[in-house]
Write a new protein. Structure first.
Length: 71
């Protein structure tokens, strides 16, 4: 879901969420080809777990450059 310069990624697992994040980074210009020439600010990003297992600890979501998305 996109709104101006905000992106909401929804995924059924942490692994798929991280994969979606990497795809967005590629499209925004993190990789070899810069399509839009934008970056994701990991310091202003967060990860939220929703559902009956929301209090279970999970692995950290990492950007392609190794920056952590805080939970």
């Amino acid at each position: 879901m996109l709104c101006a310069d905000n992106i909401l990624l929804i995924a059924p697992s942490i692994t798929i969420l991280e994969r979606l994040l990497h795809i967005c980074e590629d499209e925004l210009g993190i990789g070899i080809v810069a399509y839009i020439d934008m970056v994701i600010n990991c310091e202003k990003s967060c990860c939220v777990l929703i559902g009956p297992r929301c209090d279970v600890s999970c692995t950290t979501v990492l950007s392609k450059q190794g920056n952590r998305i805080l939970r």
